[in-house]
Design a protein around this ligand. Sequence first.
Ligand SMILES: Cc1ncc(COP(=O)(O)O)c(C=O)c1O
Length: 351
Amino acid sequence: MDRRAWIEVDMMRLKENIQLILKINDNFKLYGVVKANGYGHGVLEIARAITEYGVDTLAVESIEEGLFLRKYLSVPILVLGYTSENKFKIAAENDLTLSVCDYFDYEGSLKVEVQVDTGMNRLGLKTKEEVEKYLKFLQAKKVTVEGIFSHLAVANSDYYRFQLKNFLYLTQNLTEIDNLHLNNSLALKSARTEFKNARIGLLMYGIDGEDFKQIISIYSQVTAVKYLKKGEYVGYNNTLVKEAMYLAIVSVGYADGFNKRLEQSAVIINQKTYQIFNSICMDQMMVKVDQTVKKGDLVTLVNDQLTILRRAKECQMIPYEFLCNLSDRLDIIYRYKEKKVVHNYRFNQIY
Ligand SMILES: Cc1ncc(COP(=O)(O)O)c(C=O)c1O
């Protein structure tokens, strides 16, 4: 094993997840949300694959994320986040669609989607008057309005119905714009099909949805095994060894995304579960094992048993947060049916 720690992504599962989503509605137009390095799954390979599997548009957070993808892909890209006006020209030159809700002085061609705020109180226009006035402004600027969207706070409660009602109200009679999208993973999970279009992140990655399979797993390896006597200490926090034991040193740490809150948690080695011995360092952790564990053994940190949902909970995080905290220094092995591709996003290498 020549890698200290790495991510594996099952691309067949990714395809199946997208196929399941596409079945939810006829003629679904999907925005595949690949911001934050594809929720930690590595943006380029995910973006390439999902557009082949049926996703129509890529959704990123920033113009920089969009420009990175544009170097490789010619599909539509929507920048969801705020873009300062002095970057509009570069967006136009690179055929990036911007999400807008502010007035601007820029003159020139531009593709935009208008963001409306239906109750989340993040970015977006709030009232019908504001929306109508803004659309007139965009028309006078001669920019291309490709859609109107809003983001949900929740998807399975009265507040969803409130936001939906609000969205329908804000967009009613705007016959010239038929690309309206409100739904995200939560909404699709709750079988919301009010719109033909949706922006999907988490569900596509197979997290937190019945019938959807997590596509990520994470591994490391044992780099040494030590026999410790009662009374010795382990790690920076000087954890006392109360009984003689075997200790495995594993080459993964909090700089890779394995938070110190996991110190009371477990990993899997040779199909057996072992406790982390209260010691997660920046690049390594120590695990209490038995004499069957050897240097070079595979350590499973995340798989179908040690799920992202479970890891996130152990870290007192939401799954999005755990995924986004995975370090881009980890190699990512993408497994297709017939081939594998390896990326390292930090060091900009494709093997
Ligand atoms: C504006 C916007 N749309 C869609 C999404 C996708 O959400 P999800 O991953 O829950 O599908 C996000 C995620 O943060 C978002 O910010």
